[in-house]
Design a protein around this ligand. Structure first.
Ligand code: 1CP
Length: 352
């Protein structure tokens, strides 16, 4: 486990980026930082673009998507660019009818509610219909310095199955969990289809020029460990395996720190930790032989600059200079976050 399967190639300057060295748990001169949802509604420049272009249309216009992330990275001075895209466009070529409605977020007009519905979730053999994502990866890569890795990403099987079944977002994911308990064979069939699609999609993003990928299991924290092991772990493992042979993989979830050792078991060279557990304790359960990412509460960024500095130092103190810490929030930047607090956080992590 301690040995990295992807040794640094000194011939490739991109592999020497700070963030990639941290993924490999090599010594670094300072902790790298990037933020989930670093390009979003809290930025006035982003809101100005969104006044002219719908969200899905923006995702499907690689030149604009790349521009949004490149401008954000340059403005914030973060150490990585995640591609500007979303979890859900992958579901469209699989047969789900997706719309982003103003104010309400994603809606799937033909949700999976009965076991028989799983048959209309297509295997994704051909990635052409999400080719715009690979074009976004390539355009983002082309617009940034070698020192800034480009992160590709996908939703994890549980989280994507959740949107398919609920037909949108949810607080408790009750329809999803009851489908899982009532129709176990159909659940595994659905998650198998999604895991195979995600696996191909992550590899295609690496082929297009991403240096690493992140798997977002944003809502799996509504499960306990036994259910994670039975219903989720095999699918997340299958979704990650092919990408993990090629590049670092960040495996991220929120909501239930008791799942951390199981996330690590499913795979990922870096495990994402949210704020519901202290970073050092979370890291211990993951194993100090694995890199971790996290874990400032995004709500801290709704406070003031002194509090932001204090809380950032608290996270760094818990990381205690061990190799393999990537600074991030425990979840995405919230709309309404003052940009000056985001800049203060980044300056604190970079310069103390
Ligand atoms: O402009 C808008 O109104 C759209 C807001 C927005 C943005 C900026 C959405 C809608 N998605 C995104 C971008 C996005 N989404 C990125 C790009 C990088 C960045 O902004 O820096 C990434 C990585 C995501 C991933 C994503 N989408 C996740 C995983 C991360 C997380 O927050 O857990 C999830 C759950 C989604 C679904 C999604 N996308 C958007 C909405 C409103 C939702 C629903 C969230 C929910 O279910 O409550």
């Amino acid at each position: 486990m301690a040995e990295s399967p992807f040794p640094a190639s000194p011939a490739d300057p991109r592999q020497q980026a700070l963030l990639l060295r941290a993924c490999r748990r090599e010594p670094v001169e300072r902790t790298p930082i990037w933020l989930m949802r670093q390009a979003g509604r809290y930025l006035p420049e982003y809101r100005a673009i969104r006044e002219k272009v719908g969200f899905l249309e923006l995702c499907k216009t690689p030149r604009l998507s790349a521009e949004v992330m490149i401008a954000t990275v340059n403005r914030l001075g973060v150490d990585a660019a995640i591609i500007f895209s979303d979890l859900l466009p992958l579901l469209e070529p699989m047969g789900l009818d997706l719309e982003f409605t103003a104010g309400e977020g994603p809606v799937i007009h033909n949700p999976v509610r009965e076991p028989a519905d799983v048959a209309r979730v297509h295997e994704l053999s051909d990635l052409d219909r999400v080719g715009f994502v690979m074009d976004t990866v390539a355009a983002t890569r082309a617009g940034l310095d070698d020192s800034i890795p480009v992160i590709g990403f996908a939703g994890a099987p549980f989280t994507l199955a959740g949107y398919c079944i609920e037909g949108g977002t949810s607080k408790a994911w009750t329809l999803t969990k009851s489908f899982m308990y009532r129709h176990e064979a159909a659940w595994h069939d659905l998650c198998g289809r999604i895991a195979r699609a995600v696996s191909r999609y992550l590899v295609a993003q690496l082929d297009a020029g991403a240096q690493l990928v992140q798997l977002f299991d944003s809502w799996v924290g509504c499960l306990g460990p036994d259910d994670y092991r039975r219903y989720v772990l095999p699918h997340s493992r299958a979704a990650l395996a092919a990408a993990a042979e090629r590049a670092p993989v960040i495996h991220f979830a929120t909501g239930n720190p008791a799942l951390l050792p199981l996330l690590a078991e499913a795979g990922g060279s870096v495990i994402g930790i949210d704020w519901r557990i202290d970073l050092d304790r979370g890291w211990e359960t993951v194993g100090f032989d694995r890199a971790v990412q996290g874990n400032l509460d995004p709500v801290v960024l709704l406070s003031d600059r002194d509090t932001v500095r204090r809380e950032a130092h608290a996270v760094l103190a818990r990381a205690a200079g061990r190799p393999g810490h990537i600074f991030n929030l425990g979840h995405g930047v919230l709309p309404g976050t003052p940009v000056e607090n985001v800049l203060e956080l980044i300056a604190t992590v970079k310069h103390g």
